[in-house]
Design a protein around this ligand. Structure first.
Ligand SMILES: Cc1ncc(C[n+]2csc(CCOP(=O)(O)OP(=O)(O)O)c2C)c(N)n1
Length: 348
């Protein structure tokens, strides 16, 4: 039977962050707040550089997280780098930076250079990974990270280790069978897992309303017997708050939590996409007003954690880091033919 599907434009009425009384509750210092802001900004600037390099023909492909930095930094900030596991998806550059990957690491991967920590130059771009930080590099078929992350969390539980795994995906990927399998397994076995859905409203050209028949991905969590939380993904502190609560729940042995961060992809799906064919400029402009970086910047200025001079200083230092990483990665060596079987055998 044919069912009419209404394609509606995304709604925007999410509340503004009220920083004042919340910072104390969250236990943040000024330097935490500035660090969060810095990671968001660094991700954005690196992302912009990648687009330039791609258009110059120097790197093959970009798929970026512009607009999603608030969700990513907020969530990653709740993890203990090197102790907890992160199994991210391709937009999560801000998450990778927050856990400790460097701009050099990320650009080395884009250029496919041998020093790339995720795979020695073998992986697709944006398949973040660094073993020493417990960032697990992903597979390109979407949602495959769900059962894998559930397995990592199950292993932590079986070994009695104080570790939490966080995995992330887009809302479109929740239509995959792997999403169901991962969530079901995780909940049945009460594993210490956080599933972060970065709901950016589109799966390439497919809008939310053509992807699912419920308003919130989080509604699905109840069917698996786990809590489902909806959060404003453009509010970095709100995302931190709910992820921290899910982290505590996981450590108490109470099992997984699904977090749906409502956000928006501000740019085309990838460097091979033209989003003008499936969404209006007005819609994008509306969401630009709610850019999580501009919003957090304003909040920090309002409460005096940031002032224009400090902001300028920070931006200059980020530009330097991006330039340094570009020069470093461009000059670095490509893998040699002799290195072809590196990572294939256990001696590496
Ligand atoms: C199993 C599978 N089918 C199709 C693709 C092609 N593909 C890559 S990204 C993508 C969209 C995923 O959308 P969503 O999960 O909402 O994440 P977003 O890209 O919007 O962040 C698709 C269909 C794929 N990588 N894997």
């Amino acid at each position: 039977m044919h069912r009419e599907v209404q394609v509606k434009t995304v709604e925007l009425p999410l509340p503004q962050t009220r920083l004042d009384n919340r910072v104390a509750d969250l236990g943040f210092t000024e330097s935490d707040l500035l660090r969060m802001y810095e990671k968001m900004l660094l991700a954005r600037k690196l992302d912009e550089r990648m687009w330039i390099l791609q258009r110059q023909g120097k790197i093959a492909f970009v798929i970026s997280g512009q607009g999603q930095e608030g969700a990513q930094v907020g969530a990653a900030y709740a993890l203990r780098p090197g102790q907890d596991w992160l199994h991210p998806y391709y937009r999560d550059m801000a998450m990778a930076l927050t856990i400790g990957m460097t701009p050099r690491d990320l650009l080395l991967a884009c250029y496919g250079k041998t020093e790339d920590p995720s795979s020695g130059g073998r992986q697709m771009p944006a398949h973040y990974g660094k073993a020493s930080l417990r960032i697990v590099t992903g597979s390109s078929p979407v949602a495959t990270q769900l059962p894998q992350a559930a397995g990592i969390a199950y292993a932590s539980k079986l070994m009695g280790k104080d570790e939490v795994t966080l995995t992330s995906l887009g809302e479109g990927s929740t239509s995959q069978g792997d999403f169901h399998e991962g969530l079901n397994f995780a909940s049945v076995h009460r594993v210490p897992l956080i599933i972060l859905v970065e709901n950016n409203q589109y799966a390439i050209s497919v809008p939310l309303a053509l992807q699912m028949a419920v308003p919130d991905v989080a509604d699905r969590a109840h069917g698996y017997g786990m809590p489902g939380v909806v959060v404003d993904g453009n509010d970095v502190l709100a995302v931190y708050e709910v992820t921290q609560a899910a982290h505590e729940r996981a450590r108490r042995g109470e099992g997984p939590t699904l977090i749906e961060a409502k956000t928006y992809r501000l740019i085309p799906h990838s460097s091979d996409d033209d989003d003008r064919v499936y969404r209006s400029r007005e819609e994008v402009a509306e969401w630009r007003k709610r850019d999580p970086i501009v919003r957090f910047q304003q909040t920090l200025l309002d409460v005096g954690v940031l002032d224009p001079a400090r902001d300028q200083e920070l931006r200059a230092s980020i530009d330097e880091q991006v330039n340094d990483a570009t020069q470093y990665a461009e000059a670095a060596a490509f893998p040699t033919i002799e290195e072809g079987d590196r990572f294939v055998y256990a001696d590496d």
